[in-house]
Design a binder for this molecule. Structure first.
Ligand code: NAD
Length: 471
């Protein structure tokens, strides 16, 4: 626990008061704030890279720069560029409607928004929701994960250099603080993390009728069609699995391959893994597991899979000797009942299962909870797209893994147990806005006479016409 609960409540009261008394900044002012935030991110770039490295034990600097810093700056730039259009009132033609008048919707700030973020991408998953919430004119309280204290410290400084605490506040702390945080009567609560905690957050928010966005996890499948290119495609699977050592919400969790090919795919993926980190002159840093508890959870999963008959193979990364290092590993044909096929893996471990027919592969996907991502590899893109018709997932990539997260204009979110609501780009702006409908009713004297009792022939005629009208 870090922030005392009373401090949280005070901050919330002050943010509420300042949101009520200060006007919502006009679009140009919000754009200027986001520019200052993007500049601060650039200014703190090295401090952020170092802090994440410290929190993880070892985190590839290029992974931090590409997945966290570049993605956050890109989100700010995309938002600044399009905000004027997103925030403009949306007019609706009102011809042929029985109710006359001018109609439009206004995108309005919701108020004070809470953001709870996880440890796996502690910069991106704090800053992108923050940028989006601010673009809609909200005030924000941000609670990052207790597992990234060094990063949280830099984030607090960075944010404090741009915003007053009554506009954006960072509060740190563990699950107990998270619990108190999610019980605050926010105008919107945005949560990224595990499905287990997401359920608790949604229940806490429900008692305040606070709307919630849940960005959760789960087991995202990767399907290799019969015509997939083993050499090329297995490289992109290895990339998606080993980026951040598999501690990615959209990492391919398990691989489905045609009958008889599990071992071949396993070997190909391990060969790629070896080649990624093989240069002794300029060794590529291989990210470590965030904590001892997470490391032992993963080794337990591997032990259990082995005991239940799967073949567990791994390759060592040259020079990696951190106590929380975990070798790139494949698990060939795990038993369906083993824990590795039930829990989200969240580490550099890839179970590989075989299917007899495409129908069976689809059933292996649809028999589970709806995943956050689905990956399909094959030369015939139309056939891969047909798989989408028989499955559902938060997002999908054909012939690639994990990179869709960085496509700023594509909505990002889960479905079912992998979450609800979405963000990124315009979809995110809408998530953090209230769409207020406005009707400007004409001041025609006759209208009041038509609408009010005693009801006359005109209202009767209009009503009858509505009921009888067929399209
Ligand atoms: P977590 O659920 O343990 O923690 C996330 C946040 O919730 C932390 O800030 C934590 O302090 C807080 N928290 C913990 N208990 C709480 C409680 N009772 N009430 C309120 N808040 C509480 O998740 P994690 O281990 O940090 O992250 C890993 C999970 O997040 C994985 O399942 C992964 O798939 C998922 N994830 C999803 C996305 C996405 O965008 N969909 C992105 C990253 C991670």
């Amino acid at each position: 626990m870090t922030a005392p609960i009373s401090h949280l409540q005070n901050l919330f009261v002050h943010q509420k008061a300042s949101f009520s008394f200060e006007r919502v900044p006009p679009v140009a002012e919000r754009q200027a704030q986001l520019r200052r935030l993007a500049d601060a991110i650039r200014e703190y770039e090295q401090a952020l890279v170092d802090a994440v490295d410290q929190d993880f034990g070892c985190r590839s600097a290029l992974e931090t720069r590409s997945a966290e810093i570049a993605v956050s700056v890109a989100a700010a730039n995309h938002t600044i560029k399009h905000l004027k259009r997103w925030a403009a009132p949306k007019r609706y033609a009102n011809l042929g409607n029985n109710i006359p008048g001018k109609t439009y919707t206004r995108a309005e700030a919701k108020g004070v928004v809470g953001i709870i973020s996880p440890w796996n991408y502690p910069i991106q998953l704090s800053l992108v929701p923050l940028i989006t919430a601010l673009s809609a004119g909200n005030h924000v309280m941000l609670k990052p994960s207790e597992l990234t204290s060094a990063t949280n410290h830099v984030l607090s400084q960075l944010i404090g250099s741009v915003f007053k605490e009554t506009q954006v506040a960072v509060v740190t702390g563990d699950a107990q603080v998270g619990e108190a945080f999610s019980a605050l009567p926010f105008d919107h609560l945005f949560y990224t993390g595990s499905t287990r905690v997401g359920r608790l957050v949604a229940m806490a928010a429900a008692s305040n009728l606070t709307p919630v966005t849940l960005e959760l996890g789960g087991k995202s499948p990767c399907l290799m069609m019969a015509d997939a290119d083993l050499a090329q495609d297995s490289r992109l699977v290895a990339f998606g699995k080993l980026y951040n050592a598999g501690q990615t919400c959209v990492a391919p969790d398990y691989l489905l391959v045609p009958k008889g090919q599990a071992a071949t795919y396993g070997d190909a993926i391990l060969r790629h893994a070896e080649s990624f980190y093989a240069d002794p002159a300029e060794p590529e840093p291989y990210t470590t597991i965030i904590s001892e508890a997470h490391h032992s959870r993963l080794t337990e999963l591997l032990l259990d899979a082995g005991k239940q008959g799967a073949e567990v193979r791994s390759v060592e990364v040259a020079g990696a000797n951190h106590p929380r290092y975990l070798a790139p590993t494949v698990v060939i044909n795990p038993a369906p009942d083993s824990a590795i096929m039930h829990e989200e893996i969240f580490g550099p471990v890839l179970p590989i299962l075989e299917y007899e027919s495409l129908d069976e592969a689809v059933a292996m996907i649809t028999n589970r909870d709806h995943p956050l991502a689905l990956y399909i590899f094959g030369q015939n893109v139309a056939a891969a797209e047909r798989v989408l018709e028989h499955t559902t997932s938060g997002g999908a990539v054909i012939n690639g893994t994990i990179v869709h997260v960085a496509v700023e204009h594509l909505p990002f979110g889960g479905v079912g147990r992998s979450g609800y609501g979405a963000y990124h780009g315009e979809r995110g702006f809408r998530e953090f806005s209230h769409e207020r409908s406005v009707l400007v009713f004409p001041r025609w004297k006759a209208l009041a006479g038509i609408l009010t009792p005693p009801y006359g022939k005109v209202l009767n005629f209009i009503t009858r016409r509505s009921i009888d009208k067929k399209t």
